[in-house]
Design a protein around this ligand. Structure first.
Ligand code: PEP
Length: 259
């Protein structure tokens, strides 16, 4: 059965001393938390990955990158390869975040290629999908998300698909303070799981973790995570504050019945 996952996306935030302080705070706090089957993944900026892996070696969290290039190596100035990340001890990479789609024009085909390269080197993709507000207002959100999955993820073999984590992140909810309602999240997550079921069958659909992202915080996490098909969250702003991120992790620990 799938795991609940709480992943933090620090984006382009924090200086090195600040990163060290937050990693240390989380490291110490997690010492007294029994995570059980809940996975915590910290997606920190590239320069802090090695430090995060050092902390993670002795802790219960795992480390992810926020991006990865689609080529194995070569003349791609400023880029970082999957092999580099893996050799540092990084286990995941976010792929397809809406900020990369928007500001760096990352196409479906490019994201597909990144997914393949990440998997080839043993990195688990945290694949982001989600509609912008006009698409939702036009009632196209299901079509948009389905095509993002079909174009960049559903070509995978069942064996490779099992390594992927999906994050549904409605773009209108990212960093805006306006989260999707639990009902809106559940409706889309259930649809995503049904598309996975059609493509890969019941067992893989039941085993795939589908995270919600978009203004998830310590106040709304419990209700969002209690939805049947919401298996945790990809957390941006609220992952930058140790105590708040910890509260979100604790929300993922709660059994459904306790909510
Ligand atoms: C994100 O960018 O992945 C995200 C979910 O951001 P925020 O939580 O700040 O909305």
């Amino acid at each position: 059965m799938r795991n609940k996952i709480v992943a933090g996306n620090w984006k382009m935030n924090k200086t090195f001393p600040e990163a060290e302080e937050l990693l240390n705070e989380l490291y110490e706090a997690l010492e007294s938390v029994e995570l059980g089957s809940v996975q915590v993944i910290l997606c920190v900026p590239f320069p802090y990955l090695e430090l995060a892996v050092d902390f993670a070696d002795d802790s219960s969290f795992m480390v992810g990158a926020q991006n990865v290039h689609d080529h194995d190596s070569g003349a791609y100035t400023g880029e970082v390869s999957a092999a580099m990340l893996k050799s540092l001890g990084v286990d995941f990479s976010i792929i397809g975040h809406s900020e990369r789609r928007k500001y760096f024009n990352e196409s479906h085909a490019f994201l597909k290629s990144k997914v393949d390269t990440a998997l080839k080197h043993g990195l688990g993709p945290i694949f982001c999908c989600g509609e912008v507000l006009p698409e939702r207002e036009a009632g196209k959100h299901f079509d948009v998300v389905k095509s993002q999955l079909e174009e960049s993820l559903f070509h995978l073999t069942p064996e490779n698909f099992r390594q992927a984590i999906i994050a549904y992140e409605p773009v209108w909810a990212i960093g805006t303070g306006v989260n999707a309602t639990p009902e809106q999240a559940q409706e889309m997550h259930a649809a995503i799981r049904s598309w996975i079921r059609e493509k890969y069958g019941e067992e893989i659909a039941a085993d795939t973790s589908i995270l919600y992202g978009g203004s998830c915080n310590a106040t709304n996490a419990k209700e969002l995570f209690s939805q049947t098909d919401v298996d945790g969250g990809l957390i941006g702003g609220a992952s930058l504050k140790g105590e708040e991120f910890l509260q979100i992790i604790k929300a993922a620990l709660l059994p459904f019945a306790a909510l």
